[in-house]
Design a protein around this ligand. Structure first.
Ligand SMILES: Nc1ncnc2c1ncn2[C@@H]1O[C@H](COP(=O)(O)OS(=O)(=O)O)[C@@H](OP(=O)(O)O)[C@H]1O
Length: 280
């Protein structure tokens, strides 16, 4: 139960839920905090190739949804997979990155936790975000607005469009840096993870101090899908069809406006993290 001030009780790490075969549920030592449409599913699946890592199946939304957070850490723990004692549990909830209350809450649970943030070109991320919403609405037989009418209002970039805000990475990163140092947050290059996942995953392995285990034969390019897929103990699998969907065509002039719009916020992000990315 939450304490009187709304905070969850202390982590029940001394009371692990154990299973007869020696496995137990453990709180995550690694969280993939976002960004939405950054490649979070690919990252968690690729990380799961490592035998020391065990991933929660679903997005848990513990720190960002009040209805879940109020249930406290025992509930959060109950969402975790059964693992062997030496294994590290990881969960991914892409919405954490852009939710301002989340950094403090995660820090309260575990100030030493390792955070992974996967980002991609902010403009591409907006198009991916739009595409996701488009398909969700289509499924529900709801009306879908054409991309240009959400991106532009009165001839200018529509600042009211939520997806644009999610791509203002520096704004959200500032919130995280109030609670965590850069040593605790590794920024994965989502564009590189698409282009060539192996080198990117080696960097992730090294940040997490994992014994090097992931290797090139874990990945193969699937021409039909147009993306890398995974090979795990001889079993081959690609991500779900909802990952890697075609994005809408946007008039070059509008795309140019978007690139310009993100130019300054991107520079601010690079300064914050002391690193640059190949964003347009
Ligand atoms: N190997 C591989 N296979 C398929 N897709 C890949 C892969 N690596 C990265 N990606 C990119 O992941 C994008 C989806 O990101 P997320 O999983 O973070 O989306 S979500 O926020 O959880 O809905 C998804 O975005 P879209 O291309 O817009 O569908 C992909 O570009």
């Amino acid at each position: 139960r939450p304490t009187a001030d709304g905070r969850p009780p202390l982590p029940p790490t001394s009371l692990p839920t154990s299973h007869p075969n020696g496995t137990l549920q453990q709180l995550p030592k690694i969280i993939i905090i976002g960004v939405r449409k950054g490649g979070t599913r690919a990252l968690i699946e690729m990380l799961s190739l490592h035998s020391a890592v065990a991933a929660a199946q679903n997005e848990v939304h513990f720190f960002d949804w009040e209805s879940h957070f109020q249930k406290g850490l025992p509930w959060y723990l109950s969402q975790m997979p059964y693992t062997f004692p030496g294994q590290l549990t990881v969960e991914k909830t892409p919405a954490y990155f852009t939710s301002s209350k989340v950094p403090k809450r995660i820090h309260q649970m575990d100030p030493d936790i390792k955070l992974l943030l996967i980002l991609r070109d902010p403009t591409e991320r907006v198009l991916s975000d739009y595409t996701q919403v488009f398909y969700n609405r289509l499924q529900k037989h709801k009306h879908c607005q054409p991309i240009e009418s959400v991106l532009v209002k009165d001839g200018e970039i529509n600042l009211g469009y939520k997806a644009l805000n999610r791509s203002l990475y520096y704004v959200h990163m500032q919130n995280w840096l109030q609670y965590f140092t850069l040593g605790s947050i590794y920024v994965v290059d989502g564009d590189e993870l698409i282009r060539d996942p192996f080198p990117e995953m080696k960097k992730v392995e090294s940040f997490l101090n994992l014994e090097p285990q992931i290797n090139t034969s874990n990945f193969y390019f699937n021409k039909t899908k147009g993306f890398y897929c995974l090979r795990d103990h001889g079993r081959e699998r690609c991500l779900h069809d909802s990952k890697g969907r075609a994005h809408p065509n946007v008039a070059p002039a509008i795309l140019q406006k978007l690139y310009q719009f993100f130019h300054e916020p991107n520079q601010k992000f690079f300064e914050l993290v002391g690193r640059t990315f190949n964003w347009k």
